[in-house]
Design a protein around this ligand. Structure first.
Ligand SMILES: Cc1cc2nc3c(=O)[nH]c(=O)nc-3n(C[C@H](O)[C@H](O)[C@H](O)COP(=O)(O)OP(=O)(O)OC[C@H]3O[C@@H](n4cnc5c(N)ncnc54)[C@H](O)[C@@H]3O)c2cc1C
Length: 521
């Protein structure tokens, strides 16, 4: 008797530590490894199937296509292949259709915690249960099951990292399973299969003019990159996030494994397990929150809070989010988005985002602070949207969580602590190498003016072939004045009375700030 299983790949684009794939193979005569091209992330008109969607930029779609090619190649090496389907009108109905057409008894896919994924998966599980199809949906994108952590915490997500870590415990080990062969693909009948499209086939034009992300997608690349990282055991053991240099770009100060974790080309459990092994070998090592394991726990923390917080991705109706009367100013927003604020440190980061889709964590801090509570007082949701589209590691829980954090809307409340768009970058990169790379218009500006080019005398600007106000913008706001104004507005929004100077005296630790808040309420 035939027993057919579908493995539905969405994230989790890997063979290693993949419980959904493992379960699908058990006792099945055929497996159908499926990926559905989701119009939500493609062009608004799904029939056109061209890209440039509001939700996913070019670099991330290229990264995804790399992942699919790599997954297909790995599956083919095991006697299978990836079946790519057009997700029209939307992926859930396409899956329901093939469950019928292919006479499927078992549907396996990784559990998705995002609201969009949950709604999509509900449609499919409802259909499957009506038709007697078994659904296996393990939690394997994260180290822990967010629902379990929330349950342990009495039904509410833990709202501090420390309380999360105390509750979470030790994650399960990754599956040790390796394959020499997979069950063959069954008969696909008349179902239209697509080739994995190229970026050009998806409608991008003039792409040769862009500088692309240097990070290629796929499980093979993820594992190669992880191996490289693990080679330097001392580096792994001594990793301290706050000490990294955000301006290092050819050799970034962190692992750049985030896009691989985002698409699940790398299992977070496998990553954790490897780090643990290094710690065992080396002995002395750093600890959370600053260690590499600590970084993975930040990821878990945001996943858990996001899963347990209604309206996590917006200010309205979000119980953990401070209600702040952000300003609407499209001109300033566009200047920020396009890297034209006149502050080279900020603009270089935004251009790196556009060109590479990845920036160091502290670089993200700088531009997120600048857009929101630091200088422009623009809503964090607007910045979140820009990051969501352009980051190759764009991740619903982590992106929203960090924007809530940086805008002092949740988790972190020391709004008086503002990143200077001038001195913060200079501390790491006094010669402005990072700025010169991403903003070549400033490449000949002398070191002393590279962070504040508007202060350069006209003769110097002429010599550097960069006239401020013509070749490169003047600052859109005066930082000292704008940041004072922002602090004042934040103080008002937090329900405090008092001058800016008084706010400056707020104690420096997060816990003290939180205690003060508690006392006030
Ligand atoms: C405003 C803002 C938006 C962000 N948006 C995203 C996003 O969409 N996707 C994303 O993966 N990260 C996001 N981050 C978090 C962080 O900047 C990136 O995870 C990190 O820079 C990725 O580089 P890495 O892989 O070299 O990190 P490493 O330092 O090598 O850390 C290893 C892994 O730990 C996780 N991690 C590290 N820092 C954090 C953090 N602060 N929060 C949650 N997980 C973390 C990531 O999965 C990362 O790959 C954002 C940060 C800010 C300030």
């Amino acid at each position: 008797m035939e027993s057919n299983a579908v493995v539905w790949f969405r994230k989790g684009l890997r063979i290693h530590d993949n419980p959904a794939l493992d379960y699908a193979c058990r006792g099945s005569s055929h497996i159908f490894p499926v990926f559905v091209l989701d119009p939500r992330y493609l062009h608004p008109d799904p029939s056109a199937f061209s890209l440039g969607s509001a939700r996913a930029g070019l670099n991330r779609i290229r990264f995804l296509l790399d992942c699919l090619l790599d997954l297909d190649s790995s599956l083919r090496n095991l006697g299978s292949r990836l079946l790519v389907l057009k997700g029209h009108p939307e992926p859930a109905s396409v899956i329901c259709q093939i469950l019928k057409d292919w006479n499927i008894q078992k549907l396996c896919y990784e559990f998705d915690t995002e609201p969009y994924g949950q709604a999509r998966d509900r449609q499919v599980t409802d259909f499957a249960s009506q038709h007697g199809i078994e659904v296996f949906s393990p939690v394997s994108h994260t180290l822990f099951d967010p629902a379990e952590v929330i349950k342990k915490n009495g039904g509410r997500p833990p709202l501090t990292y420390q309380s999360f870590v105390a509750l979470a415990g030790k994650p399960p080990d990754p599956l040790a399973k390796t394959y020499s062969e997979l069950p063959p693909v069954g008969n696909v009948g008349n179902v239209e299969l697509l080739n994995i499209p190229t970026i050009e086939e998806l409608g991008y034009k003039d792409i040769e003019q862009e500088e692309f992300s240097p990070f290629g997608g796929g499980e093979s690349e993820a594992l190669r990159r992880l191996k490289e990282v693990l080679k330097d055991k001392e580096w792994v053991a001594n990793f301290e996030k706050p000490k990294g240099d955000p301006s290092a770009f050819w050799k970034p100060a962190t692992t750049v494994l985030s896009p691989y974790l985002k698409f699940g080309c790398l299992s977070s459990r496998y990553f954790y397990h490897c780090l643990h092994n290094v710690y065992l070998t080396v002995g002395k090592h750093t600890s959370p929150p600053v260690s590499l394991v600590g970084q993975l726990l930040w990821r878990e923390f945001f996943y858990t809070v996001a899963f347990g917080t209604p309206n996590f991705d917006q200010m309205r109706g979000n119980k953990i989010c401070k209600q702040i009367p952000w300003k609407d100013d499209d001109k300033l927003l566009v200047a920020w988005r396009e890297g034209r604020t006149g502050y080279p440190w900020i603009d270089a980061i935004m251009i790196q985002l556009k060109k590479w889709g990845w920036m160091h964590h502290l670089a993200r801090h700088s531009v997120a602070c600048f857009l929101t509570r630091g200088d422009l007082f623009i809503h964090w949701e607007k910045g979140r949207d820009v990051f969501e589209r352009l980051l190759i590691d764009s991740d619903w829980a982590i992106n929203n969580g960090n924007w809530l954090w940086l805008s002092c809307s949740a988790f972190f409340y020391q709004y008086h602590r503002i990143y200077s768009p001038i001195s913060f970058g200079r501390k790491y990169d006094p010669d402005g190498k990072y700025i010169r790379h991403f903003l070549p218009v400033l490449k000949d500006m002398p070191n002393e003016y590279i962070y504040e080019p508007w202060t350069a005398p006209l003769s110097i600007q002429k010599k550097a072939n960069c006239i401020i106000g013509k070749d490169y913008p003047r600052p859109v706001v005066v930082h000292d004045k704008a940041s004072k104004e922002c602090r004042k507005k934040m103080g008002e929004a937090y329900g405090k009375v008092g001058s800016v100077e008084e706010e400056d005296n707020v104690a420096a630790s997060e816990s003290t700030a939180m205690q003060k808040r508690k006392r006030r309420t």
